[in-house]
Design a protein around this ligand. Structure first.
Ligand SMILES: *[C@@H]1O[C@H](CO)[C@@H](O)[C@H](O)[C@H]1NC(C)=O
Ligand SMILES: *[C@@H]1O[C@H](CO)[C@@H](O)[C@H](O)[C@H]1NC(C)=O
Length: 257
């Protein structure tokens, strides 16, 4: 080795040293440019969240560089004409019947009343809203990125278009579509009346579709995020690929005299 380098012409050795000297700063620059691009979100975004929660039981899927690209992807599913056709024809009655059974059960437990003002979050064409109305919960409405009158009005679940303390009951089976789960939950707690009930159907044991923005592996992160509520019940269900029902009740503030 030593012999080999010594036989090199001095000019080559100088070139090699110069190369070394130049490559160190270049290498550092490269490292810097590979740092995660955290600051690229636009100002219209909800508060950026971390990618993993609690014990890692809630993971945000990577791959959205902006809130706009996330919305565009969600719209792709919601506006898919083939899917909408299936939702409003083949799926319509079958799904309404299954939703009605879930809601009847909640009524028996007095977690939902005919008089409840009810919201369905991410309701697409509104099968769950129709189910609520059919079983007597007449003051119910849905929100989704695309409206579907008369059951579903336009609304982003990260920024619900309602005043504080509007609803007695909120239902959603699209938690996995939330890019900002904390916002999703905080908006529910904001728009629920004190004592109001939130029912979520989630998938714990099955990974959902490519439009999902997060993966949930236990109810723990949910319980942690519903800071202003108590867990009423958790049970296994069979709800269109979703396997777990979690019911929260928003706390009623204690009045001090
Ligand atoms: C709720 O509404 C349903 C459907 O209209 C009706 O059959 C039922 O008796 C009502 N329940 C109560 C407790 O009023
Ligand atoms: C609505 O609720 C949010 C969050 O709980 C709170 O920060 C805000 O001040 C409330 N707004 C009004 C008008 O009460």
């Amino acid at each position: 080795m030593k012999i080999a380098t010594q036989t090199k012409p001095p000019i080559l050795r100088k070139c090699f040293l110069l190369f070394l000297l130049l490559s160190v700063p270049l290498f550092l620059l490269l490292l810097l440019s590979l740092q995660p691009k955290r600051q690229q979100r636009t100002t219209t975004d909800p508060t950026p969240e971390k990618l993993s929660y609690g014990s890692g039981d809630l993971k945000i899927r990577p791959g959205y560089d902006s809130y706009e690209s996330y919305i565009q992807r969600q719209l792709k599913k919601t506006l898919n004409p083939k899917l909408r056709e299936v939702w409003t024809t083949r799926d319509w009655d079958r799904k309404i019947q299954v939703f009605a059974l879930f809601f009847e059960d909640l009524k028996r437990k007095r977690l939902l009343l005919n008089e409840s003002k009810a919201l369905c979050i991410g309701a697409r064409v509104g099968q769950e809203v129709e189910a609520l109305r059919r079983i007597g919960v007449s003051d119910s409405v849905g929100i989704d990125l695309v409206p579907s009158p008369p059951l579903v009005i336009r609304g982003d679940f990260h920024n619900q278009p309602f005043d504080n303390e509007t609803f007695d009951f909120e239902f959603s089976n699209v938690f996995d579509h939330a890019l900002y789960p904390h916002r999703f939950v905080a908006e529910i707690e904001r728009t629920l009346k004190p004592g109001g009930v939130c029912v979520l159907h989630v998938a714990l044991s099955r990974r959902s579709d490519k439009y999902s923005a997060n993966d949930l592996y236990s109810v723990k992160p949910l319980v942690e995020m519903f800071k202003g509520s108590e867990v009423v019940r958790i049970r296994k269900v069979d709800g269109f690929g979703l396997d777990t029902e979690v019911v929260f009740r928003k706390n009623i503030p204690i009045l001090r005299s």
